[in-house]
Design a protein around this ligand. Structure first.
Ligand SMILES: C[S@@+](CC[C@H](N)C(=O)[O-])C[C@H]1O[C@@H](n2cnc3c(N)ncnc32)[C@H](O)[C@@H]1O
Length: 386
């Protein structure tokens, strides 16, 4: 807003064949369209870097369709000065539109393109903390942090009020949160986050990480781990953290909450209230690194349910439970390994729980290779508004 417009491009139409009115309309159109170049983040992970431009293109298409009234057009991958960019054109973007676009997962910098020149657009990302909150943890089975952000973003876009991502405070649940990639991204955005994981080691590792990170970064907080009891027996452990983005905000009660439960996600309803989340976001087990553990599976090893190769079985059991925790109008986003589950099967599971799958083309551009055994895709669905 308030930025000087690029010089008008001359419409490549013959004045002879266009009426004055059409000419005027075309001129207005040309004047209002601005070309943008988005510099894609140089990713540390070579495999993800290869997919990043394609993924940000798909993400931009979803942002445009769901939150920007389809005003972003001509989304293309291109090279400028030997560096990969995604270019697009858009009608005058408002400050709020730029605030939204500032959070695109693989966006490093954004420019208005004026001929050969690139004019930087001042970004206003939601980020409250340093990026090490997302990057410092390294472990096998970690969901790439750019992809985690993308999944949270496109799930937010699938809800009934997509702009809430930047204007509201959607409450986020990752019901299979591992060591907390989604939770950390939600906190980065200033949102309340909740998670569950069946793996006690992941729960302990996340509790240790977040407490240390908050302490090392002098973030004002309180953290406690306690047993959760139902009818006198312990049904799980819960980590509860209250933190403030600054000392002043913390003192003024402007806080964020992180709640993580060590328990089976199929029991989510025992720990969280119905309709208490705006967004449910999860990277399902790939059937490779982490096994899916369907309810009632035969115990194996140290009393854990037997591992199944397909996450589909697990999702079929868990999605009805998760759907109850979603508020009407809220959205769920799931990523999964397409080698072990078909999109149609997961769409069917979501639909059987009364959720409306986002089926537009914009939502079909996310499939990408992770490694030899994993080709990842994502699917989102909305709980119909009440
Ligand atoms: C792909 S990993 C998620 C990784 C996570 N995003 C991260 O980066 O740490 C899938 C997770 O699902 C968890 N999981 C599998 N079955 C579960 C169940 N029934 N209840 C809760 N968590 C489960 C696994 O323990 C694993 O941490």
């Amino acid at each position: 807003m308030g930025r000087a417009r690029p010089p008008e491009r001359v419409p490549a139409v013959s004045a002879l064949v266009v009426t004055r009115a059409a000419e005027a309309a075309a001129a207005v159109n040309v004047q209002r369209m601005t070309a943008y170049g988005l510099l894609v983040s140089p990713s540390h992970n070579r495999v993800y870097a290869q997919a990043a431009a394609g993924l940000v293109k798909a993400e931009l298409a979803v942002f445009s369709e769901r939150a920007l009234g389809g005003r972003v057009r001509d989304i293309e991958e291109t090279e400028i000065g030997g560096v990969p960019y995604v270019t697009f054109s858009a009608d005058d973007l408002t400050e709020q539109d730029i605030r939204l676009l500032s959070n695109l997962s693989s966006l490093y910098a954004l420019f208005q393109m004026e001929g050969d020149l690139l004019r930087p657009v001042v970004l206003k990302p939601l980020d409250l903390f340093g990026s090490d909150l997302l990057t410092i943890q390294k472990y096998s089975g970690k969901t790439n942090e750019y992809f985690t952000k993308l999944l949270l973003n496109v799930t937010a876009m699938a809800a009934d009020s997509p702009m809430d991502l930047v204007t509201g405070r959607p409450r986020v649940l990752d019901p299979m949160c591992g060591r907390g990639t989604t939770l950390n991204q939600a906190v980065m955005y200033g949102l309340d986050a909740a998670g569950m994981d069946i793996d006690g080691k992941d729960f302990d590792a996340y509790a240790a990480f977040i407490k240390t990170w908050l302490k090392n970064n002098r973030v004002k907080h309180r953290a406690e781990v306690a047993n959760v009891r139902r009818e006198k027996s312990v049904v799980g452990r819960r980590l509860h953290v209250t933190l403030g983005a600054s000392k002043e905000r913390y003192k003024g009660g402007e806080t964020m909450e992180i709640t993580v439960v060590h328990a089976d996600s199929l029991e989510a309803g025992r720990f969280f209230r119905p309709a208490s989340f705006d967004l449910i976001v999860t990277d399902a087990p790939y059937g490779v690194q982490h096994g899916s553990r369907p309810k009632g599976g035969r115990p194996s090893g140290k009393g854990k349910p037997q591992l199944s190769r397909s996450p589909v079985e697990l999702l079929a059991a868990a999605v009805p439970e998760w759907a109850r925790l979603l508020r009407p109008g809220g959205a769920i986003g799931i990523s999964w390994n397409t080698f072990v589950g078909r999109r149609e099967d997961i769409a069917e599971i979501l639909a059987s729980s009364g959720l409306q799958v986002q089926g537009s083309d914009a939502y079909r551009g996310f499939r990408h290779r992770v490694d030899q055994a994993i080709s990842r895709d994502l699917i989102t669905a909305q709980k119909p508004p009440a």
